[in-house]
Design a protein. Structure first.
Length: 366
C-alpha cells in the first residue's frame, strides 16, 4: 500500500511518495529530522522509524541546535534547506560545529544546485532533490550512515596506525639507545679506572638538575645525556685513554675529538633530542671560552651541558686514574668552587653542593 503526501514548501513545492513497511522500530534515537513543515516532518519520522531507526523531530534550526547541545551522539540528521527563522546553510554550519561526526543529509529543491554544492562544501555528506520517493530517501540515509561509519573507521585505523608507528619508532629508538648505553658500559668496563663513570655522572647530573628546578622530560634528557656524554671515546685510542703520563699536544687534540664525534654518532637517531646532543657535544666547554670543541662562553653553552661538565669533573677527580690518584669528595668540591665562574658555571656548582650536602655519601656506589 502506498500513499502520497503533498508538500507545500513555499518556493519549493514537491511530493513525497511514502511506501509503507511492515517493520516498525523506534526505540533508540538515531536520526534528527529538522523540517519546518509539520506534515513532512512527521512523514519523514515515520519513514525513518519504519526503516528500523529511531528519530527526534525539530521544527526549526534553533530547536534542533538545542537538541544537539544536549545530545552530541546523534549520528544522522536530515534537514530541509528552508527552515523557519534560520537558513538551512547556517544551521548546517552550526550543527557540524557542535557535532562534527554527524552525517547530515540536506533536502534541496531542484533549482538549488548551487546551494547543494555549498552544503557539500560545508560538510554535508549528501543531499536529496525534492520531490523524492521513500526508496530514494532510505537509500541516501543508508549511504550517509555507511559513509559516516567509513570515515570514523578510517579515522580510528589511522589514529591507531599513527600510534603504532610512533610506538614502534620509540621502541626502535630505545633499542638503539640501549645498545649504545651497553657499548658505553662495555668500554668503561675494560678500564678499571673509568668503570661506572657514565652511570655516576648521569645520577649526579639528575640530582643537580632537580636543585635547579628541572622536572619531567628535561630531567630525562639530562639523565640520558649523562649516560651518553662520553660515547665519542669509542674513537679514542686506548693507548691514549690509558696513558700513565702527560698527553702530548697531538694526543690531547685526539682526545678532544670525542665530544664532536659523540654528537655525530648519536645524531641519526636522536635528531629530535637536541638537548642530549648538546650535552654530548658541549660538556667540555668552559665558561671562559677555553673549552672544546667550539670555544663557547657563558650562556652560549647549553645549561644542561654546564651541569654535566661540573659532575663529570667531580667524578673524574674522585676516581683514581692511571696518571693520578683520586681526590677526596671534599677536595673535589673545593676544586669546583675554586674554578666556579671561570671553568664552571657557579650556579651549577652551588646546585651540586646543595644536592650533595652530605659529602660522606660520595662518590655514589652503583
Amino acid at each position: 500500500m502506498a500513499r502520497t503526501v503533498r508538500l507545500k514548501r513555499g518556493v519549493c513545492p514537491g511530493y513525497l511518495r511514502v511506501v509503507t513497511s511492515p517493520q516498525s522500530v523506534g526505540a533508540a534515537v538515531h536520526c534528527l529530522i529538522v523540517v519546518g513543515d509539520d506534515g513532512l516532518r512527521r512523514v519523514l519520522a515515520r519513514l525513518i522509524e519504519m526503516h528500523g531507526l529511531g528519530s527526534l523531530q525539530a521544527p526549526s534550526g534553533d530547536a534542533a541546535l538545542a537538541i544537539l547541545r544536549e545530545r552530541r551522539d546523534i549520528p544522522l540528521c536530515i534537514s530541509d534547506i528552508h527552515l523557519p527563522g534560520m537558513d538551512g546553510i547556517v544551521f548546517l554550519r552550526e550543527a557540524l560545529g557542535l557535532c562534527p561526526d554527524m552525517a547530515v543529509l540536506m533536502l534541496i529543491g531542484d533549482s538549488n544546485v548551487s546551494r547543494a554544492v555549498e552544503c557539500l562544501r560545508i560538510g554535508a555528506l549528501d543531499y536529496l532533490n525534492k520531490p523524492a520517493t521513500s526508496e530514494e530517501i532510505l537509500a541516501r540515509v543508508d549511504k550517509a550512515l555507511e559513509k559516516r561509519e567509513l570515515v570514523l573507521r578510517n579515522r580510528f585505523y589511522q589514529s591507531n596506525l599513527e600510534t603504532r608507528v610512533r610506538e614502534l619508532d620509540r621502541l626502535n629508538r630505545q633499542s638503539l639507545i640501549n645498545g649504545v648505553q651497553t657499548l658505553v658500559h662495555a668500554l668503561e668496563a675494560k678500564d678499571a679506572y673509568t668503570s661506572g663513570h657514565s652511570a655516576r655522572v648521569s645520577r649526579y647530573a639528575v640530582k643537580t638538575a632537580v636543585q635547579l628546578g628541572y622536572t619531567g622530560d628535561r630531567l630525562e634528557h639530562i639523565r640520558l645525556g649523562g649516560e651518553l656524554h662520553d660515547i665519542g671515546k669509542i674513537g679514542t685510542r686506548e693507548s691514549v685513554l690509558n696513558k700513565a703520563g702527560p698527553l702530548s699536544p697531538e694526543e690531547f687534540d685526539h682526545v678532544k675529538g670525542h665530544a664532536a664525534l659523540g654528537e655525530r654518532i648519536l645524531a641519526p637517531f636522536l635528531s629530535d633530542s637536541p638537548t642530549v646532543l648538546g650535552i654530548v657535544r658541549s660538556h667540555h666547554e668552559r665558561m671562559d671560552g677555553h673549552g672544546f670543541p667550539d670555544n663557547l662562553t657563558g650562556d652560549t653553552i647549553p645549561v644542561e651541558a654546564r651541569i654535566v661538565a661540573v659532575v663529570d669533573a667531580f667524578d673524574a677527580m674522585t676516581t683514581s686514574r692511571a696518571y693520578r690518584p683520586s681526590r677526596t669528595p671534599v677536595g673535589a668540591v673545593e676544586e669546583l668552587q675554586r674554578h666556579a665562574g671561570g671553568h664552571f658555571d657557579a650556579t651549577v656548582v652551588d646546585a651540586f653542593t646543595r644536592a650533595f650536602s652530605d659529602l660522606t655519601v660520595l662518590p655514589l656506589s652503583l
